[in-house]
Each structure stands twice: as C-alpha cells, then as structure tokens.
Design a protein around this ligand. Sequence first.
Ligand SMILES: C[C@@](CO)(OP(=O)(O)O)[C@H](O)COP(=O)(O)OP(=O)(O)OC[C@H]1O[C@@H](n2ccc(N)nc2=O)[C@H](O)[C@@H]1O
Ligand SMILES: Nc1ncnc2c1ncn2[C@@H]1O[C@H](COP(=O)(O)OP(=O)(O)O)[C@@H](O)[C@H]1O
Length: 284
Amino acid sequence: MKIYEKAPAKINLLLDVLRKREDGFHEVEMIMTMVDLADRLEMQELPRDTIIISSQAGYIPLDEKNLAFQAARLIKDRYDVRKGVYIHLDKKIPVAAGLAGGSSDAAAALRGLNRLWQLNIPEEELCTLGAELGSDVPFCVTGGTAIATGRGERLEPIESPPQCWVVLAKPPINVSTADVYGKFRVAGIDQHPSAADMVSAIQRGSFADVCGGLGNVLESVTLDLYPEVRQLKESMIRLGADGVLMSGSGPTVFGLVSKEGKLPRIYNGLRGFCKEVYVVRMLT
Ligand SMILES: C[C@@](CO)(OP(=O)(O)O)[C@H](O)COP(=O)(O)OP(=O)(O)OC[C@H]1O[C@@H](n2ccc(N)nc2=O)[C@H](O)[C@@H]1O
Ligand SMILES: Nc1ncnc2c1ncn2[C@@H]1O[C@H](COP(=O)(O)OP(=O)(O)O)[C@@H](O)[C@H]1O
C-alpha cells in the first residue's frame, strides 16, 4: 500500500521573541499560517525493518539527518513498530528558507505513518512527538492558522486570515535558524509587534490591518547580516505588495497582495534579480 501526504510551507505573519530561556531556546509569540507551496511525500511499507529516504532534490540529507527519517524512527521506536518504510520526498519548498520545509516533511511523515501503520495516534500526541523533532513541527502537524507560544510548540488555533495572494522570494543564501536566534538581543527591540492586534485584524477580516500588523523581530538580525534580504523587502514594497515581511529566521521574504492584477509587475520585477520567486495562495 502507498500513502501520500502533502507538506505545505508556513509563513510567520508575526514573530515576537519575549526572552531567552535557560534551556537555550527562546520564548516566542508567533502567528503562523500555511501557504499552498508544498512538498509531497510518498510512503510505502517495506518487507525489511529499515527506513529508506529518497528525493529528487540533491541538496538535502537522505540519512538520519533528514527530518522525515527522524520522524519515522521516532514513531517506530515509540510505538514499537517492527516494520520498514520507504519515503520519497518530492521537494518543492526551498531549503533553509524560513518556510519550515524540513519540519513540514517531518509532520507529514508522522501523519502518513500513523495512517500507514493504523496506529490511531491522536493529533495532540502527534504534536507532542513532533516537538521532539523541532519547534515548528507541532504547527506543521495541525496546519491551519495558529498562535504559537512557548518555543513554538504550544498552539492555539485561530481563524484563517482574509484570502490573498502570497508572493515568496528567496535570495540565494542559506540562513541558520540557530545562528539568527544566537545573535538576537531582546534589549535591542524598541517596538514589539502586537499579536493581539493581528488576531483582531484576522477576526475582523481586515486585509489592510493584517498587512499593517505584520512584524518579525528576527529581521533585526537577518537584515543586518544579509543586506540582500533588506533590499528584497524594499523592492517588494516598491513593486506594490500590500504587506511585506521576512518569514521566520529568513531569508525568504513574502508579500501579501489582494489584487491579482498587481502580480505580474511584482513577479517580473523580482525575477529580474531573484531566481526563486513563487506566487501562491494562503491555505484556508
Ligand atoms: C524561526 C522559526 C519561526 O517559525 O522558523 P524557521 O526560520 O526555522 O523556519 C522557528 O522558531 C524555528 O523553529 P525550528 O526550525 O523548528 O527550530 P528548532 O529546530 O527547534 O531549533 C533550531 C535552533 O533554533 C534556536 N531556537 C529555536 C526555536 C526557539 N523558540 N528558540 C530558539 O532559540 C535554538 O538554537 C535551536 O537549537
Ligand atoms: N526533509 C528535509 N527537507 C529540507 N531540509 C531538511 C530536511 N531534513 C533535514 N533538513 C535539514 O534541515 C535544515 C533546515 O531546513 P528547513 O526545514 O528547510 O529550514 P527552515 O526551517 O529555515 O525553513 C537544512 O539544513 C536541511 O539540510
């Protein structure tokens, strides 16, 4: 039997860091949502008790460093599954981009193997397992739109933002999340973005207020480290996107756009100097 799972990318409409914790992680407050740029996982049971990962993408690890491998090993160990699985990853989400591609693959593997091996693990338990693999994995298990607190693993689902186009542009640099958090200083932030205001904007369905409320304090690190990300943000604003922000620790910048007619100018303008540009919808 073969099982298929989609693993969509996430964007952070809001990312605030409250403090550094004793365990080295940072206490965050984020509002996250999914977009319809997705990897696709094909999972098939193997006669031997082994985990094999393949992918058309030449630039990700296929061994135990792969987050889908780690998800399969975790679920096998925890539920004493003595069966093997072959997982093919059709990668579409750019890697180390701030879009949680690896985390979403891990989450999709957890959901898919739960079905393949008929384990009936409740979603909440899958999230708890996911948190062992990465801070963003629980959100990727549930999807939708949520307020994420703690180190990102505590989730409160909220309604979807007003529908719009999302233009994603990734400059050709890889950003390490650990490096960005490591360089971040809470004391350097004068004005924290307001999660309450963003939730209210979403509840009122006000696209303008969602755009006005976008904020990500990690920009203070990444935009200084990589001037090309700042330049990308400025270009997207100049080309007419309604709201523009860096996603996660970067370097992907996203633009929210309400009118389809604006898209060709933004897309073509960005493609002039940035190879990886995607026009997608929010997943509602
Ligand atoms: C910044 C965010 C925003 O959604 O996303 P990305 O840019 O990675 O997509 C997340 O907080 C990233 O989550 P994730 O990528 O799962 O991080 P993890 O694997 O758990 O942690 C990687 C490293 O980042 C740092 N880290 C992560 C989360 C957190 N709340 N505080 C931290 O300090 C730690 O140094 C940790 O060792
Ligand atoms: N299935 C996977 N897809 C992408 N990257 C993966 C995967 N498994 C492990 N990785 C590793 O995880 C790191 C972060 O990748 P990714 O999840 O794409 O970043 P981000 O969280 O910034 O969006 C990369 O260095 C990559 O080598």
